[in-house]
Write a protein that binds this ligand. Structure first.
Ligand code: SF4
Ligand code: SF4
Length: 97
């Protein structure tokens, strides 16, 4: 059984920081790595879902109103969604310290 993030110590990290337990990524708050976050201008969004398709983290989900938003708990701020959005509805905004 994988330990929760709060229970991990440096001794639990594998040499080379490799992942040895498949499907364990959901347990880790990868959003803390982020230096920029995606911000959506919904007035420009055409609800095409391309940001959802291209997000390598799988952290964008469709809302009930048909718009798409990123789960910032997991978003690493790579900016691919902003790059792929056909209407430039997504802007990457620097995180504050
Ligand atoms: S890619 Fe852009 S236009 Fe398409 S759903 Fe995402 S934010 Fe909206
Ligand atoms: S910035 Fe990267 S990780 Fe975050 S929602 Fe966009 S594509 Fe996904």
């Amino acid at each position: 059984m994988t330990k929760s993030e709060s229970e991990l110590t440096s001794k639990d990290i594998e040499i080379g920081a490799i992942v040895t337990e498949p499907g364990s990524a959901r347990q880790y708050q990868t959003g803390t790595w982020r230096s920029e976050r995606p911000v959506v201008d919904f007035s420009k969004c055409i609800k095409c879902g391309l940001c959802y398709v291209f997000c390598p983290e799988g952290c964008i989900a469709e809302r009930e109103d048909g718009y798409f938003t990123a789960d910032l708990y997991y978003c690493k701020g790579c900016g691919i969604c902003a790059e792929e959005c056909p209407t430039d509805a997504i802007t990457m905004v620097e995180e504050e310290e």
